[in-house]
Design a protein around this ligand. Structure first.
Ligand code: ACO
Length: 330
């Protein structure tokens, strides 16, 4: 079977940490509400660090851990939904600063499922182009810049941070299942700036079906996304396992997207898989969108929780609505 090997991981967290109590000072909330409804306790927030910088720091660490030369990276895939620029892409900016002169660069916008999509893309490049020796996946998020700090239902949920991984091809087991339901796009979004030019009359204006939202900030219908997430998580993992006739109980570790501990508990119950297998770090990081799985991976690798040869599952779900799972040997 054509699979992947993650050669090295790296991470970057801003120095600034915000607790639930800090939110209770700016909106009508409490530590108790946030803990019991989400499992979140604290999160790191950018204190001015741009998205590219966090990604670059994580990428450098991943390259060092992998023990490779940056010139040998053939493709860089960046998964940020909170980039610094409309253009150029985050992957291009980081490629230049990293000196990865032989890498082509792609950004993917799949929100919290982004890392799973990016790894699957990397695997396909590695599989079909023998000139690509290593892929670098970077997940760097600055969600707090698109967070509305007057909206208690969303502002407590998000944090910032980055992680990266160097991937090479291998002959080990691998399966993936990716998907989307674009009819749910209106449940979780952040607007870009509206059309405006010197010649505009406004006659071409077309309304979308998205609800009113505050400027470019994240809007979420929490209940709808919750319903989607509790189905998407077990469904994606199950479908990925079925493709290779694999029993999910054989997984050593599952890293789910860190959106809400209740979503993970419900999914574990529905899957009949022990909660012990799930890596959970949302108490320390809250939801860092596409960076949440890679940050948890980097921590799990560094703490020794994930070891070479372990059977690992990643599962993400988020805005789009998108979902995806991969199963592979670490
Ligand atoms: N503090 C206190 N009360 C609050 C807060 C808060 N921070 N936020 C909301 N409330 C209130 C609401 O106003 C509501 O009050 P009301 O009943 O008087 O109207 C009450 O709490 C219940 O609100 P719900 O939205 O029903 O709360 P719920 O238990 O569903 O929890 C949450 C909300 C945590 C957002 C949950 O719905 C959730 O986790 N949704 C899924 C999130 C997710 O998976 N996102 C996907 C990825 S994110 C990405 O892609 C970027």
């Amino acid at each position: 079977m054509q699979g992947i090997k993650i050669l090295g991981t790296g991470g970057y967290l801003p120095k600034k940490k915000i607790t639930n109590e800090d939110f209770a000072k700016i909106v009508d909330t409490s530590d108790e509400w946030i803990r019991t409804r989400t499992g979140m306790v604290e999160r790191y927030v950018s204190d001015g660090e741009p998205t590219w910088y966090m990604g670059l720091m994580a990428a450098r660490e991943a390259v060092k851990a992998a023990g490779i030369s940056v010139e040998d990276i053939g493709v860089i895939i960046d998964t940020s939904v909170s980039p610094d620029y409309y253009t150029p892409s985050m992957s291009c900016v980081i490629q230049g600063k990293l000196g990865a002169v032989n890498a082509m660069t792609i950004d993917v916008n799949c929100a919290c499922a982004g890392c799973v999509y990016a790894i699957d893309m990397a695997k396909r490049y590695l599989q079909t182009d023998e000139n690509i020796k290593y892929a670098l996946v970077i997940a760097n998020e600055n969600l707090t810049k698109i967070t509305d700090y007057s909206d208690r239902s969303t502002c407590v949920l998000f944090g910032d941070g980055a992680a990266a991984m160097v991937i090479e091809r291998s002959e080990s087991m691998y399966s993936s299942f990716l998907g989307a339901d674009g009819t749910g796009a209106k449940y979780l979004f952040a607007r870009s700036i509206p059309p405006a030019n010197a010649f505009m009359s406004g006659e071409g204006k077309v309304d979308d079906e998205f609800p009113e939202s505050n400027q470019h900030y994240l809007y979420q219908d929490g209940r709808e996304v919750y319903k989607f997430a509790t189905k998407a998580l077990p469904n994606a993992l199950t479908k990925a396992a079925e493709k290779i006739d694999f029993d999910l109980n054989e997984l050593d570790v599952i890293i789910p997207h860190q959106a809400n501990v209740r979503i993970i508990e419900t999914a574990a119950k529905n899957l009949g898989v022990s909660m012990d297998k799930f890596v959970i770090n949302l108490d320390k990081h809250a939801n860092t969108s596409s960076a949440s799985i890679p940050i948890a991976l980097d921590e799990a690798v560094r703490s020794g929780r994930i070891k070479k040869g372990d059977k690992v599952g990643f599962v993400g779900f988020g805005a789009g609505l998108t979902f995806g799972a991969i199963i592979f040997e670490y």
